[in-house]
Design a protein around this ligand. Structure first.
Ligand SMILES: C[S@@+](CC[C@H](N)C(=O)[O-])C[C@H]1O[C@@H](n2cnc3c(N)ncnc32)[C@H](O)[C@@H]1O
Length: 445
């Protein structure tokens, strides 16, 4: 059969930029859980060395061994059993140390395999790693929408998508319309409305949120995200936003700084750090990541060595990033907005990178399930009966999918991951950045 190259329509919110609404501070949201201590090195040797080093240091003291074994027990229950082909992986990502490696890629593809993806929305484009693979796997796709709040990621993803689509030929002559937006995913509904009115009415068949930061962002010292690279205390996902990490450190009230460290960093040493940060204001404040790291080193017990201060610094950087980009509230609101934007039978997959994020995803999914009339003991009407039937059909189909282990059935949909899916051991070894990733999936009735 003659293969017909699909006719691609590219539309972007970036060009012309004059058409863009001005981005305000509140437009900027980042949900990142990337471990700052890990650079995005994807050289296989470096990866293996890093894993060995982590193992070595964790075996050097007893409490670490106990923690490690507890962790691996918990992880065993959630680990993906999907095979990862090491050779293919290294061929693809092994030679480029700066490339972003999509996390849990095979697992994400599995999530959408049984769904007819006429439309798909990627809320976190990054370098379009997940998106490219999903587009390739779904030749039925007619509308693709991708968002990123970071202009560098947006531009990179755009050219990546274009080249992927140009290179691929498909069996159908249908036109895939690709729309990319330099937007925050909290604006998901207005973005979909801008694409096509129908999309908001009928809903999107698949939505992905991959919350971590991209390797491009962590590797760029000038963005201020990395504990190990000196740069300005910036941490804005959206460079047009007004609030930077140095503003939080140098001008927020002391107890607000303490709250950020305590609540967003879950840092036990928050009070001492808060005092040191406020004291530093007397000498001109903190303006570079190195200055902040030095302050952390000086307030971390020396007996804990390098691992001690790196862990504290990672928590402090995470806390600041959450505050600067107002990540947690945005995440919660956006999960609800995304679920509402799904079509019947559509799926929302969320990858989180730290426990605060994962808690929000888990709770938001449960809240979505609970807000039903039937669950609250209301009287079931005709619509209720119809939905119940639909849920039964959905559930029967879902049971046939090997990756689905335990589900939670609700009025509005089904949580397909009672427990989150975490990367296989092999993925963790090949891409240490993936090790804190958790994938949760919900399907609309
Ligand atoms: C882990 S990367 C995504 C990588 C992507 N899945 C891939 O395979 O290349 C996360 C991306 O989400 C973007 N991001 C973070 N918070 C956002 C938000 N609130 N709205 C839109 N994009 C956001 C970041 O700028 C970053 O590029």
């Amino acid at each position: 059969m003659a293969r017909v190259v699909r006719n691609i329509l590219f539309r972007s919110s970036v060009f012309p930029s004059a058409l863009l609404p001005p981005l305000k501070f509140n437009d900027l949201r980042l949900h990142g859980g990337c471990n700052f201590s890990i650079s995005a090195s994807i050289n296989s040797k470096t990866r293996k060395n890093k894993v060995k080093k982590v193992e070595k240091s964790s075996h050097s003291n007893n409490s670490s061994v106990i923690n490690q074994s507890k962790l691996s027990q918990v992880k065993r229950r959630t680990r993906s059993d999907k095979e990862l082909d090491e050779e293919t992986f290294l061929n693809k990502y092994g030679n480029d140390n700066s490339a972003h490696v999509p996390v849990l890629l095979g697992e994400v593809l599995d999530v959408f395999t049984s769904v007819t993806l006429r439309s798909f929305l990627d809320c976190t484009l990054g370098s379009a790693g997940h998106s490219s693979a999903i587009i390739r796997a779904h030749s039925e796709m007619q509308v693709y929408v991708g968002l990123d709040v970071d202009p560098i990621a947006h531009q990179l993803a755009q050219s990546q998508l274009k080249s992927i689509i140009d290179r691929n030929s498909f069996d159908t002559a249908s036109a895939l319309k690709v729309h990319t937006f330099l937007k925050n995913f909290k604006d998901v509904k207005s973005v979909l409305g801008e694409v096509e009115d129908d999309l908001l009415v009928c809903g999107v068949d698949g939505i992905l949120m991959d919350l971590g930061m991209s390797s491009m962002q962590v590797n760029d010292a000038a963005r201020g995200f990395s504990v190990l690279k000196n740069g300005p205390l910036d941490m804005r996902m959206n460079p047009k936003a007004t609030l930077k990490a140095e503003d939080v450190l140098n001008s927020w009230p002391a107890d607000e700084v303490g709250r950020v460290l305590r609540e967003y960093g879950e840092e036990s040493n928050w009070y001492s750090l808060q005092n040191r940060i406020v004291k530093a204001r007397l000498h001109g404040g903190l303006h570079s990541t190195n200055e902040l790291v030095d302050l952390i080193k000086n307030s971390t017990s020396r007996t804990k060595g390098r691992q001690g201060w790196i862990k504290t610094a990672t928590r402090v950087f995470q806390a600041l990033r959450i505050a600067v980009n107002d990540e947690l509230k945005t995440l919660e609101d956006s999960i609800h907005a995304s679920f509402e934007s799904l079509s019947s039978g559509g799926r929302l997959a969320v990858i989180s990178f730290h426990s605060l994020e994962d808690r929000i995803v888990k709770q938001a999914f449960l809240n979505i399930m609970n807000c039903s009339e039937v669950d609250r003991g209301g009287v079931e009407d005709e619509e209720g009966k119809h939905l119940r039937e639909l849920r039964k059909i959905n559930l029967d189909t879902v049971k046939e999918e090997a990756w689905v282990k335990q589900v939670i059935q609700g009025h509005n949909g089904t949580i397909l991951t009672k427990r989150p899916i975490t990367p296989s051991e092999k993925e963790e070894t090949l891409n240490p950045r993936s090790r804190s990733a958790k994938l949760r999936v919900i399907q609309k009735s």
